[in-house]
Design a protein around this ligand. Structure first.
Ligand code: GLN
Length: 259
């Protein structure tokens, strides 16, 4: 072996081991299990949306800050339709979902949730300046309405279709709330049911307004794979840490400044 080869080999090996060793002590293991693949569904501002092709939002910043407090690393964000997020965890295509996802019993059958990190109610959006000004869920009966598939907003509508308050034919389901709000602006539907923080964002950016808020007392959590207790515990500790060190408040000020 000449000197060059010898140096290359030994430096490569020694440096490689050295870096791996350091990473091990930083990440607490350094194997792939320490990298968590995050998933979300953009189009839900200010929680997750695309800005110039880049995924941004409160959930993105919060999960990054939380992960920074743990021994885990965050992998590359994966984007799914909202209805595919729980299956993505179940099929091991993601380790953590940050998607303004309401903690509920139905989802808990398939995934686990962290402690709550944000509270929301449902709001009803109508066209700005519209003659249609509903004040209650009952007032939506007989009107063309929309929601995003698989959401708690859709659940409220489906409950009322099942009990006969609404007609199935009046309900339009969308792959993404952005499309439903576009249909509302175009007059194709008369109202959209969605989480109130997001309704407020649409109201400030588009020709729509909040007609009323329907209290549902929902709480968002990060969803993880069923039984991933190590991940869930670490995320809960991270959430507590970012609340204690002021980062949580900083992020709410950044993304919910107008409230
Ligand atoms: N919070 C609502 C739910 O969990 C809506 C979430 C969303 O559309 N991203 O169903």
């Amino acid at each position: 072996m000449d000197r060059r080869t010898y140096l290359k080999t030994s430096v490569g090996t020694v440096a490689g081991l050295g870096i791996a060793g350091c990473l091990d002590s930083i990440t607490g293991g350094g194997d792939d299990d320490q990298t968590l693949t995050p998933a979300t569904n953009p189009g839900f501002a200010p929680f997750e949306m695309k800005e110039n092709g880049e995924l941004v939002g409160f959930d993105v910043d919060l999960l990054n800050a939380v992960i920074d407090e743990t021994e885990y690393e965050l992998g590359e964000w994966q984007e799914f339709d909202f209805t595919s997020l729980v299956p993505a965890l179940d099929n091991d295509r993601a380790d953590v979902v940050a998607a303004a996802m309401t903690i509920n019993d139905e989802r808990k059958q398939t995934v686990d949730f962290t402690d709550p990190y944000y509270s929301a109610d449902q709001a009803v959006l109508v066209q700005e300046g519209s003659d249609f000004s509903p004040e209650s869920m009952d007032d939506l009966a007989g009107h063309d309405i929309g929601a995003q598939g698989g959401t708690t907003g859709e659940g409220l509508i489906q409950d009322r279709i099942e009990n006969g308050t609404y007609e199935e034919s009046n309900y339009n389901t969308y792959d993404n709330y952005v499309f439903s709000v576009e249909d509302l602006e175009n007059g194709n539907i008369e109202a959209v049911v969605l989480d109130d923080p997001v309704a407020n964002t649409f109201a400030s950016n588009r020709d729509v307004e909040v007609a009323f808020v329907f209290e549902t007392d929902e709480e968002y959590g990060f969803a993880v794979q069923k039984g991933a207790d190590d991940v869930r515990t670490a995320l809960n500790e991270g959430l507590q840490a970012v609340r204690d060190n002021g980062t949580y408040e900083e992020l709410t000020n950044k993304w919910f400044a107008s409230e």
